[in-house]
Design a binder for this molecule. Structure first.
Ligand code: ADP
Ligand code: MG
Length: 321
């Protein structure tokens, strides 16, 4: 028995509306904004072969498609409320749909965010989610707020997702347990939503790390009109990445995409507040450098020499790598 478009939506993507006044099933969803809050809205698209490999289990893909979107809300300090899902599927495979929707809704429920609509078509496997969140008016964390003298922070550890990608590419050989751990970091990233919310009024700027530290930090520096000095030895890294050869570790730390950690700045006087916010959110944070007046990014290695950052530039879909 094959499933049609509307049955597919009903069976796998319709649930009773929670906060939404009207959810899946009509021409539009209806949402009631909370007075005094601004909407934070973001869209991220995942295309097979570009953003994920065909080998990813569907439940992890459902998780990741939402996670990368929630990560953008986290970077703005917004509390997730609702999302829409546009899905292009080559064929209807119920086992796939079941696992995908389970992974998606498990994260949605944890994050308190509700699926309110979408679109479903046939075509190459592509998942596009638009997520909406709320933030008190004027309190969103922006890329443009970094000030000279601010400390630069990152959450969690960096580079494991890239290490997993190198494992898939065969440029590194990883023992079984290491492989399993880093693959989870790549396929099931944990968006730092509570940290983002906790950093409202504390961080001066923020961005989520999707394209690698060097590339993403450049966005903050450009928007804020400042520079930064980062110490390679202070970049937080897992034991798995720590045990890799120097060159691999460097690439993963500086240019590793797909980490979905937060990179943010805060005044040195806010250090205690940053640490308390992180402790409340249950996330580790590490100071990794500082914001300086000289435009551009400088990374110092352990010996204090400066690295050439050309090879660590962020990922760009339309530029040759
Ligand atoms: P329209 O004809 O107005 O484009 P559709 O037939 O595409 O509407 O969708 C019917 C309903 O199902 C709408 O409420 C739409 O938001 C919802 N919907 C479609 N695809 C999805 C999906 N993948 N996830 C959640 N809701 C969906
Ligand atoms: Mg439609």
């Amino acid at each position: 028995m094959s499933l049609g478009e509307f049955d597919l939506i009903r069976q796998y993507f319709s649930r009773r509306p929670q906060r939404a006044v009207l959810g899946v099933g009509d021409d539009c969803a209806l949402l009631s904004p909370t007075p005094g809050q601004q909407w934070a809205v973001s869209t991220d698209m995942l295309v097979e072969g570009r953003h994920f490999l065909a080998t990813v289990p569907p439940d992890r893909l459902g998780h990741k498609a939402l996670a990368v979107n929630l990560s953008d809300l986290a970077a703005c300090g917004a509390q997730p409320t609702a999302f829409t899902l546009a899905l292009s599927l080559p064929r209807v495979e119920e086992a796939w749909l079941k696992a995908f929707s389970q992974g998606l809704f498990a994260l949605a429920d944890r994050a308190g965010v509700e699926l309110v609509g979408g679109d479903t078509t046939s075509g190459p496997l592509t998942i596009s989610i638009t997520v909406m969140g709320e933030v008190p008016a004027g309190q969103a964390l922006l890329r443009s707020g970094a000030r000279v003298g601010d400390q630069l922070w990152v959450s969690g550890t960096l580079g494991d997702a890239r290490l997993a990608l190198e494992g898939f590419r065969g440029t590194v050989v990883l023992p079984g347990p290491v492989w399993d751990r880093v693959r989870v970091r790549m396929e099931r990233p944990d968006p730092r939503v509570s940290l983002g919310v906790a950093l409202r009024g504390i961080a001066s700027s923020a961005i989520d790390l999707s394209d690698g530290l060097v590339g993403d930090l450049a966005h903050i520096l450009e928007s804020s009109g400042v520079g930064a000095v980062v110490d390679l030895s202070r970049l937080p890294c897992s034991a798995d990445l720590q045990s890799q050869p120097d060159a691999v570790r460097r690439t993963c730390l500086l240019a590793g995409g797909d980490d979905y950690e937060l990179l943010f700045t805060a005044a040195p006087t806010a250090e205690g507040a940053v640490r308390r916010a992180a402790a409340n959110a249950g996330v580790e944070v590490s100071p990794v450098g500082e914001v300086v007046a000289t435009v551009g990014l400088t990374v110092r290695d352990v010996q204090g020499s400066l690295l050439d950052l050309g090879e660590y530039a962020g990922f760009d879909h339309f530029l040759p790598s």
